[in-house]
Design a protein around this ligand. Structure first.
Ligand SMILES: [Zn+2]
Length: 309
């Protein structure tokens, strides 16, 4: 049985014929294990990265062109950065920066870890392969009148405000599985009837997300979850971990750091060793590659022989 029929690592868009709502739901399991196996993060950080990954994949499914959704939480706490990137092809990768020696509580929300001083920010970036980048920024607050400080609540608020459409998000972690769902309220001609219908389906979603994860294909799970409604589904799409790092990207990054900053490493070691923050893959840049990057092949300060093969 393939992963989609088995109910794993998949995303499904759906709409309800009997309520003014459409949505997208995704389950991440082996893909998450693959994304996280390159890291050794504390459980609280793993939990937040899983939630961000679920949310990022949902948002990426809305991309209309080759692009990335990047979700970042930035602050000065024990975890100064959480970063998840997802692509329009529903691949994703995760990274966190954790201060050395940090002791974190097992259950902590994003603000406690990233910005306990209340001065952090949550950044949502849409980066197309070609074209203008879009960025939305929200202050990281532990809780407010309308929000409990969770990642789902933070994104619900942000999306409802920026798109002027009532939006709900659910994120459920159950063992190694992350299940994520987003629902948007659609305009309806008969507003009076529409409000109860929207409230009914979101209450059904609230209830189902309190239960344990059920490994059914979404074609079955959605009809079961929204009992009494007519649910239409698009074919499920696979979700997977993938890292887009390459030697070209490493060289570009080194170029941004600049020759003066890096020259001593080359003189000392004859090479620069670096590691992809997302997947842990090691890259080695030789003195010759370094010289080519900044000067073509004519650098004069390189150590050792000048024999370029
Ligand atoms: Zn990588």
């Amino acid at each position: 049985m393939d992963k989609i029929s088995a109910g794993y690592d998949q995303l499904t868009r759906f709409w309800l014929d009997t309520a003014p709502a459409r949505g997208v739901v995704a389950r991440l399991d082996e893909s998450l294990a693959s994304a996280l196996k390159h890291h050794d993060y504390p459980p609280a950080v793993v939990s937040l990265l899983k939630q961000l990954a679920g949310a990022a994949v949902l948002l990426a499914s809305n991309l209309k062109q080759s692009a990335q959704v990047i979700l970042q939480a930035q602050g000065t706490g024990e975890v100064p950065l959480l970063c998840v990137e997802a692509t329009d092809e529903l691949t994703f990768r995760v990274y966190a920066s954790v201060r050395e020696g940090a002791v974190l509580p097992e259950a902590a929300n994003i603000t406690t870890l990233v910005a306990p001083d209340g001065k952090g920010r949550f950044v949502l970036t849409i980066a197309p392969s070609n074209g203008q980048m879009y960025q939305g920024i929200v202050a990281l607050q532990s809780s407010s009148e309308t929000s409990d400080g969770s990642i789902a609540a933070l994104l619900e608020d942000y999306l409802s405000n920026s798109q002027q459409t009532e939006t709900r998000m659910w994120l459920r972690e159950d063992g190694d599985v992350m299940e994520a769902m987003l629902m948007e309220r659609l305009p309806d001609r008969s507003e009076d009837a529409a409000t109860p219908a929207w409230n009914t389906v979101t209450a059904q979603a609230d209830a189902i997300f309190k239960e344990h994860f059920m490994p059914f294909p979404y074609s079955e799970w959605l009809q079961f979850s929204f009992a009494g409604h007519d649910v239409k589904v698009h074919p499920s799409q696979p979700v997977s971990f993938a890292c887009s790092c390459s030697i070209e990207r490493v060289l570009n990054a080194l170029k941004l750091v600049g020759e003066d900053e890096l020259k001593s490493l080359i003189v000392e070691n004859g090479k620069i060793e670096t590691r992809c923050e997302f997947c842990g893959k090691g890259y080695e840049v030789s003195a010759i590659q370094f010289s080519e990057l900044f000067h073509g092949v004519e650098a004069s300060y390189l150590p050792g022989s000048r024999t370029i093969q």
